[in-house]
Write a protein of this length. Structure first.
Length: 289
């Protein structure tokens, strides 16, 4: 997340304030405060100070962000703090609960920021779903897609070469063919709860510790991205095996599981009868739910 001062600094640097003294004057901050802002921008890979000159990183999402800040300085207030993270999730239309799930932000925080975006015409609402208002903010959709794609490839918590399934302020869920000194989760954590599977890769998260609810939810992040029927089947069996413990886990895939278990058909799921054959291997009866 970028603070208001960090966004203001980016805008000023982009317009030529490329040394600490000039930038300090334009931001009306002390030299110490300005150095702190620049250091934070460096840690977040937006800008760096080298030999007395401040350089903006050459990345597509940063260039788009600068264009938006130049076109509308008021956007600085909206995109600061959680704003840019929320916009990133709106690369596709989302509900507030989906945005909360993807960002790790409390739904009250999401709603408050979304309301501000709507007042500026940046975001519109159709039913429960929010989307970027491309007619008024055409570059914002490009920014959302570019920043979302970038963060899915690069994150300091995730080792190079890993595949990322979920990123939020407090959590990264990823996989690697290598054995890493990280916390196992998703399908790699099922074995600690009575259901050993051989996923073909190793699933990890950035948390130091996980419980059964975390492990199950992280496996849903994997399924959501991969979209394979096998992952859906394994997650369903695990859910039925530990239904009492997992009853409070909220995710759209859990709703699909309820439909499938009640005999309904959902795209992407194989028939319940076929999954029951695999469930028997784990002593689970999918029809007894």
């Amino acid at each position: 997340m970028l603070s208001k001062n960090e966004l203001r600094a980016l805008s000023r640097i982009g317009n030529g304030a490329d040394n600490v003294q000039v930038l300090s004057g334009e931001l009306d901050l002390s030299g110490t405060q300005t150095y702190k802002v620049i250091r934070s921008l460096g840690e977040k890979e937006f800008a760096n100070l080298r030999r007395g000159t401040i350089f903006i990183e050459k990345k597509t999402h940063i260039a788009l962000l600068l264009e938006i800040l130049n076109d509308s300085p008021d956007a600085c207030t909206v995109l600061s703090d959680s704003g840019l993270e929320i916009i990133k999730t709106l690369a596709e239309p989302r509900t507030s609960s989906e945005i909360s799930l993807l960002t790790g932000l409390h739904q009250t925080t999401v709603t408050r920021k979304i309301d501000l975006m709507r007042r500026m015409g940046m975001v519109r609402k159709k039913g429960p779903v929010y989307s970027i208002n491309e007619e008024l903010w055409p570059k914002m959709k490009e920014l959302a897609r570019s920043y979302d794609a970038y963060t899915k490839l690069i994150d300091p918590r995730v080792p190079f070469g890993s595949e990322i399934y979920h990123l939020s302020k407090d959590l990264a869920v990823f996989s690697s063919k290598r054995t890493l000194n990280s916390t196992k989760t998703a399908f790699s954590g099922y074995g600690d709860h009575g259901m050993t599977v051989r996923p073909g890769t190793n699933y990890y998260c950035s948390s130091d510790d996980v419980n059964i609810n975390d492990i199950f939810l992280h496996s849903l992040y994997v399924v959501e991205k991969d979209g394979g029927w096998r992952g859906r089947m394994l997650a369903l069996i695990f859910y039925v095996m530990h239904r009492d413990e997992l009853k409070d886990v909220k995710h759209p895939l859990v709703n699909e599981m309820h439909t499938v278990l009640n005999g309904g058909r959902v795209d992407g799921w194989v028939p319940l009868k076929e999954m029951q054959e695999r469930a028997k291997m784990y002593g689970v009866d999918l029809y007894d739910n």
